[in-house]
Design a binder for this molecule. Sequence first.
Ligand code: SF4
Length: 333
Amino acid sequence: MDRSPPAPPATSLPGTRPEPTGQRLSVRLATPRGFCAGVDRAIQIVERAIEKYGAPVYVRHEIVHNRHVVERLAALGAVFVEELDECPDDRPVVFSAHGVPKAVPAEARARQLFFLDATCPLVSKVHIEAERHHAAGREIVLIGHSGHPEVIGTMGQLPDGSITLIETVEDAERFTPRDPDKLAYVTQTTLSLDDTAAIVRTLKARFPALPDPHKEDICYATTNRQEAVKRLAEVSDLVLVVGSPNSSNSVRLVEVALRAGARDARLVDDASQVDWSWFEGVERVGITAGASAPEQLITGLIEAISARFDARVIEDDGERETVSFKLPRVLQS
Ligand code: SF4
């Protein structure tokens, strides 16, 4: 099934075409960009559930943080809710890619709901890691952003008080553990690599026994997209990141681009949100997309740019991703 949403409307009025300006633009596309394996799997879970069980299928929280994806799935028959008490007993419910506190599947089981867990396996890996540290008697620091569903889900794997959330270097400087020799840390999967490294450095300077995770918690998709946008920003006047404002990894890409030297970097849900005055005096534009943004939105953005400017589009030579995750067994046939 084509998982791309319909192309968003161009920014010109219906029936009109924008006047080409003749301004020359070099447009460079980041590689990799857009969908990651966890997002692809989560969307497929909702689609297959609708195919197999019929509509409506309830989805607790936005399946992934992208407005276009959510609108397309809603049109297919998904009903997005924030809590389980909004779901009827007789319809399937899907948990979003960000993961859920343990209390959520427990409540679903108590109500005998049929549920499908679309938590990204790389988020589940962090949950397992946190449980392992807790079982070994370690106090856990979670580096992440307060209020993000992934953080709520990870903190909800363990009893209250087992995990302390640290958001900044200042938090790390102030943090007082119960026992500095029995400490461990895990992180949200979609953080800035550089900001997280600074927080970890601060913690390690204060608590030298602090062990590193066996494998980085910041996921391959976040890492690859941040490295790609850094390369892009070094040779761009303006970087456009396609993604929704509640998408953590998309917002991070804007920050990384600005720090890496782009004169300007903007987050847009699609081409209709571009303010063409951003292009004044710009010769080199870089384009990327967050892990939850469909490629179709990038295509729409390139078309809108090409309609206005004398644009030469080139694709960056970056990491080719081959990661994929299996669907839950019940949806495999
Ligand atoms: Fe999984 Fe990373 Fe994608 Fe999040 S961004 S869904 S952790 S692969």
